[in-house]
Design a protein around this ligand. Sequence first.
Ligand SMILES: *[C@@H]1O[C@H](CO)[C@@H](O)[C@H](O)[C@H]1NC(C)=O
Ligand SMILES: *[C@@H]1O[C@H](CO)[C@@H](O)[C@H](O)[C@H]1NC(C)=O
Ligand SMILES: *[C@@H]1O[C@H](CO)[C@@H](O)[C@H](O)[C@H]1NC(C)=O
Length: 487
Amino acid sequence: MFQIILLSVSQFVSNLFYGDGYYPEVYWCSGTSVNDRFYPTYHLAPPQGWMNDPNGFCIFQNEYHLFYQYNPKTSLEPGIAHWGHAKSTDLFNWKHLDIAMYPDQEYDIGGVFSGSAIIENNTMYLLYTGNVKEPTQIERQALASSTDGVNVVKYAGNPVLMGEEHQPNIRDPKVWKNGDTYYMVLGNSYNNNTVGRVLLYTSKDLTCWKEECVLDGSDGTLGYMWECPDFFELNGMYVLLFSPQGIEPQGDNYRNLYQVGYFVGTFDYTTLKFTRLTEFVELDRGNDFYATQTMLDKMGRRIVVAWQDMWEQDYPERKDGFTGQMTIPRELTLSDDWKLLQWPVKEIENLRGEVLYSGKAGGDTCVELTEKTGEIVVKAPVLKDFKLILDAGNATVTISYDYSKGKVTVDRGGNDGVRRADWRPKGKLEMRLFVDRSSIELFCGKGELTFSTRYFPYDKVNVKLGNDCGADEMTVYSMKKTVPPPC
Ligand SMILES: *[C@@H]1O[C@H](CO)[C@@H](O)[C@H](O)[C@H]1NC(C)=O
Ligand SMILES: *[C@@H]1O[C@H](CO)[C@@H](O)[C@H](O)[C@H]1NC(C)=O
Ligand SMILES: *[C@@H]1O[C@H](CO)[C@@H](O)[C@H](O)[C@H]1NC(C)=O
């Protein structure tokens, strides 16, 4: 009784300050207290526990919804996946909602794995993978729906796709509609789990699915499994974006445990044939970027988010009570030479707070970020080396441009801390860097090269330039807090 009253009082106080839906499930926080020293202030992160892949990213009744793979029990391991849930009107001011799906059915008892959303008839439909681990792994596709954007009901006729001949790795449905037909891509591993590929299905009603073809696959050099496939039109071309597992490092490329990358090509809805016209290109070159999902919003923007973290890391936040966060939502566009450009959605400009610095900058410039958070915009001469340093003691990150080699390096120090990629800026060397407690996202030029990386600064963070380099313009902003504080 006493406990019940305590919970309702804290629920009442939460609702008073943050509105309905702030902590709908107060027990999430019971017995848990997150150390917030690394907790983001404008990136979506779990209130506590473990977050990985973004799921069901959509706009429903004028609000953005973002679900995610979630373990409410501990931040130390992914455990058995649930779907966590948050919503926002502007992609930054997020509200946590009740856990949307629990692993409570025979076909998803091993995890409510990743999937996507499609809005039809004012209903949010969610297609996801039901995982069963015992006695052997089986992945079947399931359907759920919500009419109020909060309560999610699983379809009684689940699973909607058995895929027996493609077991045990067939997952991550991404669904869209063209004409009167629904289309779905699924990631798959075949040939005894040695080669990754993407399968294409169609349906007239979201419940009955027909396998059409292999949309694309590895030739043996691009990994044993392709996760989180996404397929969409951009500027008249078609993009197949996916997260392959098992690509070996080659020089500066493929340095992370798993990658995200894409092909650009053409697609014909009558023959269902996708023709690649580019090589595989990594979407982001930082240490922590995986399992992308895109959505088309009402303004016609193709917006991508990724899990800004990586498997098999030993980051200190895990012991603080939370793991994982989403990247800044980024608008995707296609350049004339068929490369994806990524740019933070324009709503992020509303988060700019105080101008901490503005003007020319040089080797003696030193700007302390407010609460280890900020946005830094620099323009520098294009024919010279350049170095931007986030001086953070034993967590210092150095971003450098090597003019003679035409390369950008982001070095967060420590074991395997260096990531590097080719870049030849035109006109001016322009960089836009977002820092949020324990993450950085670097956008080079117009978004032709990005690095998303976690780092863990214990004390203050100072922005500095290399000794013998200068910026014609540098602006440093503080950033407003837009996500609820953790438990
Ligand atoms: C949406 O409504 C139309 C018209 O009633 C119906 O034909 C269609 O099956 C519905 N779509 C879904 C996904 O239920
Ligand atoms: C499949 O791979 C496993 C593990 O590498 C191996 O033990 C098994 O013999 C393979 N099965 C077939 C049919 O090749
Ligand atoms: C960095 O410093 C902090 C506090 O000063 C310490 O707790 C942490 O273990 C250090 N990390 C590394 C990688 O040395």
